[in-house]
Design a binder for this molecule. Structure first.
Ligand code: RIB
Length: 302
């Protein structure tokens, strides 16, 4: 079984600020640091650092070679990443405030130049039973889902960032959703529901799918037609929440493809994302499996 992640690759410009800039306001930042990011790349790095063999597909410009180095350093195969001549690599402007929260502006760049031909050529290397991991930062999402389904691949969708493009996808073809409460609310057309209600709506709407719902400081839960499994968080001092969700997604899926139980996979994901929020940056903050399995790490970070 192979794992393909068809997703974004960004250069993140992270500005540390006391508070997020308000309408009409000009503020100075305390620092600017460039990091490798993009929800797609982050999830591939998490899978790779968790010890899973993963292929990343997507597009960058000639200014994005550092992203290929990052994938290589995490043992991710980047042979399906196209390097485009005339387009800039995707980037993100990220404000990181004194509480470790962030807000993000995306520029899609090469992430939004995916062609149907690239999709077909990439999927030709994969077959029935292989996993396909997707987020919502590239174009042609609906086409990728349709073609992967026709091949019999197992499709995992993290519908983030949520927008109308997700609703163009045939969501009945998704085998796994990994999503947060806001995304779940938008997918089910509901607001301010408790997690058990949200789970029940998601199960009704997508009976074919397994669902992993992240709940911020309340932890996470898994649900399928038969059962619900809950998981708490590992509390740590928050430095930067960027890529915490991506780390969770990558590590949870790593657990699943490594044959671990859902309980173990959720625990692994909670541990890994706790370490990620204790560090600045996106891909850079994602731990390796040996750190995640080291129980002493969490005491030191809390
Ligand atoms: O999920 C975090 C990521 O979102 C950042 O790395 C940024 O590039 C945006 O894609």
């Amino acid at each position: 079984m192979k794992i393909l992640n068809f997703g974004s690759l960004n250069i993140d410009h992270v500005y540390r600020v006391d508070h997020f800039v308000r309408k009409g306001e000009t503020i100075s930042s305390k620092s600017l640091t460039l990091f490798c990011g993009g929800k797609g790349l982050n999830q591939s790095v998490a899978l790779g650092r968790a010890g899973v063999e993963v292929w990343h597909a997507g597009s960058i410009g000639k200014d994005g070679k550092i992203l290929l180095d990052m994938l290589a350093s995490a043992n991710v195969d980047s042979s399906c990443v196209a390097v485009l001549e005339e387009v800039r690599t995707g980037n993100a402007i990220i404000q990181n405030d004194s509480e470790g929260d962030n807000c993000i502006i995306l520029y899609g760049g090469a992430n939004r130049q995916i062609t149907k031909r690239q999709v077909d050529e990439t999927l030709a290397g994969f077959s029935a039973g292989d996993f396909l991991v997707l987020q919502n930062e590239i174009n042609e999402l609906a086409y990728i889902v349709q073609r992967a389904y026709e091949k019999g691949m197992k499709i995992v969708l993290n519908p983030s960032p949520m927008d109308e493009k997700v609703l163009e996808v045939n969501l009945k073809l998704i085998d796994w959703f990994v999503l947060n409460e806001i995304e779940a609310g938008q997918l089910t057309g509901s607001t301010n529901l408790k997690s058990d209600k949200l789970i029940s709506l998601l199960r009704d709407k997508f009976p074919q799918a397994k669902i992993v719902l992240t709940l911020g400081t309340l932890g996470s839960c898994y649900a399928d037609a038969e059962r619900v499994v809950t998981q708490g968080i590992y509390p740590v001092k928050t430095v930067d929440t960027t890529a915490a969700g991506d780390t969770f997604t990558g590590y949870f899926l790593a657990g699943v493809v490594q044959g671990r139980s859902v309980e173990e996979s959720l625990d692994l994901a909670a541990r890994a994302s706790a370490i990620a929020v204790s560090r600045l940056g996106a891909a850079h903050s994602i731990p390796a499996m040996e750190e995640v399995l080291n129980d002493r790490a969490y005491d030191l970070l809390s």
